[in-house]
Design a protein around this ligand. Structure first.
Ligand code: GLA
Length: 382
């Protein structure tokens, strides 16, 4: 079924897509719960912001809004089959607009930091707003997390694609950039995110999703008992402002080494300069891979509920951030005050400050080229 994309149609809370296998349930096959529902999440600048709720055959669901392309909910079963929301976020659009540490958002044009808010392409220097100490973080003052993306359910009926056109010079970045981020929600509880962009002038790009996960209770308690594995032999050590030194350093003997599954809290308080700079874990890991395409970046599991998540990506890096700057002042879903380290992020990406680091994989996008990358968050229980 083709989805007719009008604001009026979207304003009503209706089921817009049911897949073919929902028909004629037999006694052996339970009826599929698959659907995409739309409802109005709020209004910004006079425009309604649509919430798309994608439910898969077993009833697990993900909610995504057009503001920031934010994943506002992810309801996953625990080992007894009880659904629980595993991402931090807010109940209202106003709360997201007022003050969010990038909960669930698409971050760009350049996710992570650019040193001094400056970079050069082909001899021209570009200046970006500085919003994180001396650096530019996550695309500037009004990055991709704060713009309205136009959402359209995909033809396949199991996803929504979000589009945004960023004008030449927006937040200091050169080139008119056309970006599309598609979220697909499979019956195997996989949230696949496909990113695509093109430009009319040479520019830099690094897109990610900034979801904060708490597989136990969605953020009511700290993530320190979550067990993490990061598939990386190396990382990019940083200076005191979290800008990479340029070195690809070995993780041997470091409390940042997560090759063996380890509780996040086990070494987070260790005396270590890098942990000090990040106020905990806030580092880019160089994913070990044999080939291009999707590779396992990380696995995180929560012993009590049995919930687990694999992160697979085509990106060369993943930023592991242990929610060090959460301090209880964000009152989230269900009136929960998100305390220190109540969520963790695994932001798949190119390395921070790549535009100023000639030895890092390039983040330059030129006219005629297509930026294309994918990441999958796969949920299951143990
Ligand atoms: C990223 C950064 C962190 C922090 C969070 C948002 O993960 O690496 O330092 O800024 O975003 O609070």
């Amino acid at each position: 079924m083709r989805f007719k994309h009008t604001r009026t149609a979207r304003a009503a809370s209706v089921v817009v897509a049911l897949l073919a296998w929902a028909c004629a349930p037999t006694q052996t096959e339970p009826e599929s719960m698959r659907s995409i529902e739309t409802s109005q999440f709020g209004v910004i600048e006079g425009e309604p912001v649509t919430l798309f709720t994608l439910t898969n055959a077993s009833g697990a669901s993900v909610g995504i809004i057009e503001y920031g392309g934010i994943v506002v909910s992810l309801n996953m079963p625990d080992r007894d089959g009880n659904l629980g929301d595993v991402v931090l976020g807010f109940d209202t659009l106003d709360a997201y607009v007022a003050d969010t540490p990038y909960f669930g958002a698409i971050t760009g044009r350049y996710a992570n930091r650019i040193a001094g808010g400056k970079f050069e392409i082909d001899g021209t220097t570009y200046e970006l707003p500085v919003n994180n100490g001396p650096n530019s973080l996550h695309g500037g003052i009004k990055g991709f997390d704060k713009v309205i993306w136009q959402g359209t359910p995909t033809e396949s009926g199991d996803g929504v694609s979000f589009s945004y056109v960023s004008q030449d010079g927006e937040e200091g970045y050169p080139g008119r950039l056309e970006a599309t981020v598609s979220y697909t929600w499979t019956d195997d509880n996989e949230l696949q995110i496909d990113y695509e962009a093109s430009t009319d002038k040479p520019t830099v790009i690094n897109l990610t999703n900034h979801s904060y996960f708490n597989l136990k209770d969605g953020g009511a308690s700290p993530i320190l008992d979550h067990v993490l594995m990061i598939n990386a032999d190396h990382y990019t050590p940083v200076d005191a402002t979290s800008i990479p030194l340029g070195e690809i350093a070995s993780l041997d003997g470091s409390p940042l080494d997560f090759r063996e599954p380890t509780a996040i809290g086990a070494r987070i308080g260790d005396e270590n300069e890098q942990l000090g700079f990040g106020a905990g874990y806030d580092h880019n890991y160089v994913i070990s891979r044999d080939a291009d395409g999707l590779a396992l970046a990380a696995t995180v599991s929560e012993p009590e509920t049995g919930r687990a998540m694999d992160v697979l990506t085509a990106e060369p890096g993943v930023q592991f951030y242990s929610g060090n700057f959460l301090d209880g002042h964000h009152i989230g879903k269900g009136q929960v005050a998100y305390q220190h380290r109540s969520g963790l992020c695994l932001e798949t990406q190119h390395y921070p400050d790549s535009p100023n680091q000639p030895d890092f994989p390039s983040t330059v996008l030129r006219p005629g080229e297509t930026y294309k990358t994918s990441t999958v968050y796969k949920f299951y229980t143990r």
